[in-house]
Every structure is written in C-alpha cells, then in structure tokens.
Design a protein around this ligand. Structure first.
Ligand SMILES: [Zn+2]
Length: 421
C-alpha cells in the first residue's frame, strides 16, 4: 500500500467533506482521509475513522459533487457503525506506519529524491486485505441513505452519488479484470441506483452546486495527480499551447517528475505571476529548487508557504529541512522551531525526527540527539533501537530537562508496541 501525502489535496478533501462530517455528527478533525496510490478504483473505511481513497477513484470523479457523493457514502458506513470488525483488524500502530510514509508530490522531506514516488510498506498488503471488509447489501443501502441525508442537511445535491453509481454500473461492460474493486467492497445493485435516483428526483437540493472554487480545486487535484502519476500522459494531454492554469500546472509537475527542472520552473514562474500567493505553486517551486541543489533560493518560497498555510506540519517540516540543508549556523534555531512545530500535527514522520536530531547535533546537544533518534526509531517501529537510544538520552540529558520525561515515554511506548506483537 502506497500512501500519498500531499497537503494541497488533503486540504481540499477536508474542506469538501467537512459539512458532511458535521451533518453526520462527527468531528471533522477525527476523520482522516488517506490517499492511496492505486490504479484500481476503490474507496473504503478502515482502522476506525479513516476513509481511504484510491488515486484511480479520485481521478475518475468528473467533479467535486461526485467525489462528495462517495465521501458521503463512506461517512454513512462510519456513522452506521458498520466497521467493528475492521477496527480490530487494523491496529493503530500499523496505520501510523502507513500514514508516516511521506510520499508523493510533497516528497522533498522524505528523501530529496525526485524519483522517490513509491515506497512499499512491509505488511501493508496484509493490513489492507484483513481490514477492508466487504459490506453487505443491507449496509450499502443504509450507507447510501445516511450519506444522502447528510447531503440534504448541508443543502447539497446527491446528484454526484447518483452519477458515480451510474458510472460504476457501466463498468459491467468492461472485462472482468478491469471491473472496479469498489463494486466488490460495496456491492452495487440496480436497486441501489434506483433508490438514489428517486431521492435525487425528489430532493429540493437536486440542482444545488458546490461553490466554483471547489470545482476548481477538484480540477487542480486531478491535474496534479495526472502530472505526478503519469507524467508522459500529462504532457500529451496538456500540450505546450494549452494556456489554462491546470494544464500548465500539470505540465510543470510532469516536467519536474521527468527531471526537466528548468522548464518546470519557468512554467511555475508564469503561474506565480498570475497567482503570486498560491501556496501550492510556491511549494512546488521551493521543492524543485531544493532538489536541484539551489537550497538558498528554496528558502523564500517555502517561508511564504508556511506563512500562507500556517498549520500544515508537512510543510513546516519541509521548510525546516531546507533551512537545515543550508548548513548555515545562523539558521539552525529557525529550523528547530519549524521542525518542532511540525511534530505537533505530524508526530509520526520519522524523517522529521532525523532532521531535528541533526539540528540538535549542530548545537552539540548530545542528549537531544539521542532522544531525537530514539523518536525516529519509534516512528519506524524499530522498538529495540528506540529503547536503547532513549536510555542513552536519559543518561546524557541534563538533570531536570523536560526531554527526560519524553525519553521515558519513548521507552514505555516501545515496550507496549513489542507486547502488541
Ligand atoms: Zn459502501
């Protein structure tokens, strides 16, 4: 299972889904939407309140309303408590391991390698198989009904769900091996489609539309995914004469993926001339500069990104990493500040702990270095190493340091993880 972490897409998904989660009585902050790089069309709920969305599904939705329909249906499964078996099947530790793999377009902090598009998580397949349960037909009907009532409550159309199900219905025409996984996990019947159709016909919100900005963000998500996942196809689809913003964005990403950094940068500069405060254009520019070895020049775009999107841990970590890679002693404190901020929202990213340990090393804080490496090991589920490093940190840290308690927590957590095996 390969998870893509991308703040632009994740933020879009959260903004799109928030009203539906609220209508379902769920705290939006506690539902996580996970983007899985996978060419089968599927979406499912696993490990409690986590909605997994395959990239193929995201790309197959024609508009934001269709994607919202899928999310509303999955939310129906969560709210309906259809998941008790699934919750037990996916342990939190495994889920954290999956989510801590920082991949995809925002991969700068993972490796600094532009080709690091994929990493396979050991055991991920097994986790997926055990925890993705197929729902019964009754549960499917209940999830549709719940999803549509959430949409009604937000005065939003269920037309997208209807269109998505119809699209799946047409899949029956495809050869078996190309039929969609979604229909396997969520049994599709004509009865389901008819019920949703009737609901849309009667709904006073049938003609409601999501705001134009949401429509645009959906199109950008699709352009980004195509540029990232299939750069050659993106360059074919969006020719050099195509001057639309999304076309140029997809091209810039595709060129970056093909290591044509100069062309990618010149496209981005054009886009930034039109949208100077677009954090995602700035993020990509910073990433390209950084990966081209132009570390100093990457500082300005990243600094603007963390101003524009202040609470995104992945972006803070990327910025902290850039500052650190300048090897300028004057920038170490700022690097530490952003890396620590990043951990408040993204505490399980091993790379961030490694960067922080490196930064503390620059300041000759040996106890903190050991502590940071202990946390890195813990995040990677290397429990024995984590305990050893944390014990060393406790020895090296000055008496009364607040990090001693945190090192003790690492030991405790590592022991618990070992017991879980
Ligand atoms: Zn379902």
């Amino acid at each position: 299972m390969t998870v893509i972490r991308d703040v632009e897409i994740e933020t879009y998904l959260q903004d799109l889904a928030r009203p539906v989660f609220l209508a379902a009585g769920l705290n939006p902050a506690s539902v996580r939407m996970v983007i899985v790089r996978d060419s089968t069309l599927n979406a499912y709920v696993a490990g409690g309140m986590n909605i997994f969305l395959h990239t193929a599904l995201l790309r197959s939705t024609d508009d934001a309303e269709q994607l919202l329909g899928v999310i509303a249906h999955e939310t129906g499964h969560i709210a309906g408590g259809h998941l008790t078996r699934g919750t037990a099947a996916m342990k939190n530790a495994s889920l954290q391991a999956i989510l801590s793999m920082v991949l995809g377009v925002g991969a700068a902090i993972a490796s600094g390698n532009p080709n690091a598009g994929a990493a396979v998580i050991t055991g991920g397949q097994q986790i997926a198989q055990r925890s993705i349960l197929s729902f019964s037909r009754a549960q499917e009907g209940a999830a549709d009904a719940a999803g549509m009532s959430f949409l009604d409550r937000t005065r939003m159309t269920s037309r997208g769900l209807k269109e998505f199900l119809e699209k799946l219905g047409n899949q029956e025409l495809l050869p078996v091996d190309r039929q969609v996984e979604y229909a396997r996990t969520h049994p599709l019947t004509q009865d389901r489609i008819n019920t949703v159709r009737r609901h849309v016909e009667r709904s006073p919100w049938a003609k409601a539309r999501l705001p134009k900005a949401m429509k645009e963000r959906h199109a950008r998500m699709k352009a980004k995914l195509l540029g990232y996942l299939q750069p050659d196809a993106a360059l074919l689809r969006y020719g050099e004469k195509d001057s639309r913003v999304n076309a140029r964005y997809a091209r810039a990403i595709a060129l970056y993926r093909k290591s044509d950094m100069q062309k990618a940068l010149s496209l981005l500069d054009g886009l930034l001339a039109e949208e100077p405060d677009n954090p995602w254009f700035l993020e990509l520019k910073g990433q390209i500069l950084f990966e081209s070895g132009r570390v100093r020049e990457a500082i300005a775009p990243y600094r603007r990104v963390v101003e524009l999107v202040p609470k995104a841990g992945l972006l803070q970590a990327a910025y902290g990493h850039v500052l650190l890679e300048t090897h300028d002693p004057a920038l170490v404190d700022e690097a530490i500040l952003y890396l620590e901020q990043s951990l408040k929202t993204e505490p399980h990213v091993p790379a961030t702990w490694r960067f922080l340990a490196t930064a503390w090393g620059e300041k000759n804080e040996k106890g903190l270095v050991a502590y940071g490496l202990a946390e890195e090991a813990l995040a990677k589920a290397e429990n024995v190493t984590a305990r050893r490093l944390a014990a060393r940190a406790i020895k090296l840290l000055p008496k009364g340091s607040p990090y001693i308690l945190r090192a003790q927590d690492v030991i405790k957590q590592a022991r618990e993880n070992e017991d879980d095996r």
